[in-house]
Write a protein that binds this ligand. Structure first.
Ligand code: ATR
Length: 277
């Protein structure tokens, strides 16, 4: 029997991960299949034990299990530990090792699509939840010029400030109004919240009135492909980046952890766009 990989999530019905990974296995010629497993949160511990018992070779982990799985793994990679969440598990001869490819997936998409040197850039991050933590961690590891965070609940950004300090990166938390008034200060503006996600497509996380065309504007959302936030930024003449690149890159990086082989990201992107279209 070929190797078995999977996704642990709840729900998983709309996931595109089985499509892109099964296509990549076929294309590269690896005898393996990828299944989406809908795991009730009450059974996540059993599901992880099941990976070992059934000798499942690896899996992705998605909402709501990314934090819960951590205590059941044998080893956690440094980046995943800093992020505080795991989205990829590799079964190495019965030892389960956790990684997080979300943050790096985003950073690589930013580098590819904007072709910029991050070291000197000023970042505005909107939101301070799990997605923000992944991205901020990977940005800090890579090295950025300055970090500003704005969140509805300001206190929730405190751990991110602490993290920035560990990486000796200047950082601050500011009110939404202040961010809106000084948008031209930021080289890169990233929405990490779910504001604007289908079906609530008319909402934007903050007003872009003061935006100039010098900023790169990113949204982690990929449904819709262009959120109201990105549409507004485009109208101002900005380069915009949606969540497709991050989704594709996190999948490709997981695939590399499992197989040691690089899948064709362009192929993965086409499958995602066809599914979304
Ligand atoms: P995720 O893992 O997707 O980041 P999360 O950890 O629940 O999900 O974080 C969601 C983020 O979106 C948070 O920053 C949240 O703000 P709060 O910390 O104040 O809750 C933000 N968010 C979600 N809905 C929002 C809304 N309607 N208005 C403002 N912020 C919102």
């Amino acid at each position: 029997m070929g190797k078995v990989f999977g996704l642990l999530g709840h729900p998983v019905g709309h996931s595109m991960s089985p499509n892109i990974h099964n296509d990549a296995f076929g294309h590269i010629g690896i005898d393996a299949t990828y299944h989406a497993f809908d795991v009730d949160p009450n059974f996540i511990k059993d599901a992880i034990a099941g990976l070992k018992a059934l000798q499942i070779s690896g899996c992705n982990v998605t909402v709501p299990h990314k934090i819960a799985v951590m205590e059941y793994l044998d080893e956690i990679d440094e980046e995943a530990r800093l992020i505080g969440a795991v989205n990829t598990i590799v079964n190495v001869n019965g030892r389960l090792v956790g990684y997080n490819t979300d943050g790096r997936g985003f950073v690589e998409s930013l580098e590819e699509e904007a072709q910029i040197d991050l070291q000197t850039k000023r970042f505005l991050i909107i939101g301070a939840g799990g997605a923000a933590r992944g991205i901020v961690t990977s940005l800090l590891r890579k090295g950025i010029g300055h970090l500003t965070i704005t969140n509805r609940t300001a206190e929730k950004a405190t751990p991110l400030l602490k993290l920035a300090k560990e990486f000796k990166t200047q950082a601050e938390v500011i009110e939404k109004k202040q961010a809106e008034n000084q948008l031209s200060h930021y080289d890169v503006i990233i929405n990490t919240t779910s504001i604007g996600m289908s079906p609530n497509v008319e909402y934007t996380p903050l007003s872009l009135e003061q935006l100039t065309d010098k900023s790169i504007v990113c949204d982690l959302i990929y449904n819709p492909l262009d959120t109201a936030f990105l549409i507004e930024a485009k109208k101002k003449g900005c380069l915009t980046i949606n969540g497709v690149g991050m989704f594709v890159n996190q999948a490709a990086l997981s695939f590399e952890h499992w197989t040691g082989k690089k899948p064709e990201r362009e192929r993965m992107r086409k499958i995602v766009l066809t599914n979304l279209g």
